[in-house]
Design a protein around this ligand. Structure first.
Ligand SMILES: C[S@@+](CC[C@H](N)C(=O)[O-])C[C@H]1O[C@@H](n2cnc3c(N)ncnc32)[C@H](O)[C@@H]1O
Length: 369
């Protein structure tokens, strides 16, 4: 109700507002938004992501980080920024995998929602940013922070926004882009229209207005497409952060604008609550997650685009599963925690590699610039 009231107040003030603004309030309003009200990933949460399947995903990411560290000449300081970190499941499993780069590692969790951020300190030993990084001489926010070379890692810090760090870094984002507010466009007889949200009495209704930036895309009347300007801007910002020699790695369900135009929009805009598909995106604002498949063609062109299954294989998931099988063979009769963890790698791998599920996600990589 809080979010609906805020949306209604905005509409009363300004007239019909962009769809992206409604999604922003529904997800991130600091009092009534879905994430402020406790929505989160995980078996006991609302949706299951790869890091929440178990520790195997993070163990593979740890290998990928080691490879990047090796490629960079094993620098004394190696910064990894994980954006949209949720309550920190990926960070925990990366660190638990004890990557070789750990002594050099500055691991920065970035999470917009305060309630999720609060969970970081519950599960991880956090350092203060000043220990991991030194600011410029006058502590100016625009001045990039330089990693403290003397400190021995892993040093873990938690922030609400992307930092400005000098030197190369790896920016990781699992299922962030699909959660960045998006607009909607609809093909009408007069061309592309922007889907806005207005009020009919006290009911939220869609209102179509001519699109300010109509796309050059032919589609059937009534077809809809997402407008992912904010996700694209986020990738560009992450690329700047990763520059000069770092990398941005985003893992998400993705498609193309043209392909989405051929499908009903409620198939690629999905809502979730407690592991069930939710209601219409304009219903129950703040009570359900709202996500949108990522239109890869609307983002800066990636340097690499692999399925999650191929990316995990390229970074050694099969070796880790084989290692798990061997441990299970040795320890099954003991039946201790190590044996159980080893056995669960097999089932985790099945979920992470499933081409009709998580394995079909796209891992997009961009160079820092
Ligand atoms: C779908 S969840 C994924 C969480 C986690 N990465 C995982 O895979 O389990 C997306 C998270 O991104 C956060 N988020 C959204 N926009 C953000 C932004 N601009 N910067 C940082 N976090 C953001 C949300 O609050 C939410 O916790």
């Amino acid at each position: 109700m809080i979010v609906e009231a805020r949306v209604a107040a905005e509409i009363a003030r300004r007239g019909p507002i962009p769809f992206a603004e409604v999604v922003d309030l529904a997800l991130y309003d600091p009092t009534g938004g879905f994430y402020a009200s406790g929505g989160h990933a995980g078996r006991r949460g609302d949706f299951l992501t790869s890091p929440e399947v178990g520790p195997l995903f993070g163990a593979v990411v740890a290998r990928a980080l080691d490879q990047a560290w090796d490629r960079g000449g094993s620098p004394d300081v190696f910064t990894v920024v994980e954006a949209g970190a949720g309550h920190g499941a990926l960070a925990r499993s990366v660190l638990a995998a004890a990557p070789r780069c750990a002594p050099a590692l500055r691991y920065v969790l970035v999470e917009r929602a305060a309630r999720q951020r609060a969970a970081h300190a519950e599960h991880l030993t956090l350092d203060v940013p000043a220990f991991a990084f030194v600011s410029g001489p006058d502590d100016d926010d625009d001045e990039p922070m330089a990693p403290t070379p003397a400190a021995v890692g892993p040093i873990v810090i938690s922030l609400s926004e992307l930092p400005r760090v000098s030197g190369p870094c790896i920016v990781l984002a699992n299922e962030l882009l699909d959660n960045i507010p998006f607009g909607l466009l609809e093909r009408t007889a007069d061309g592309w229209a922007d889907v806005r949200v207005g009020l009919d009495d006290d009911r939220l209704v869609e209102v179509l207005v001519p699109a300010a930036h109509p796309p050059q895309l032919d589609a059937e009347m009534g077809a809809r497409i997402p407008e992912q300007v904010r996700a694209s801007a986020w990738v560009r910002e992450a690329q700047q952060l990763a520059a000069p020699d770092g990398r941005v790695i985003s893992i998400d369900y993705a498609s193309t604008t043209a392909e989405m135009a051929k499908r009903p929009w409620v198939e690629w805009v999905r809502t979730y609550r407690r592991h069930e598909r939710g209601a219409h995106p304009l219903a129950r604002l703040g009570e359900q997650d709202i996500t949108c498949e990522v239109a890869v063609d609307q983002l800066p062109a990636p340097a690499q685009d692999l399925s999650q299954a191929d990316w995990l294989r390229a970074h050694g998931i099969d070796d880790l599963v084989e290692e798990g099988r061997a441990t299970w063979r040795d320890r099954a009769s003991i039946g201790d925690l190590a044996a159980m963890r080893a056995r669960s790698r097999v089932t985790e791998a099945e979920a992470l590699l499933d081409p009709t599920g998580l394995g079909g996600f796209r891992v997009l990589e961009w160079d820092g610039r």
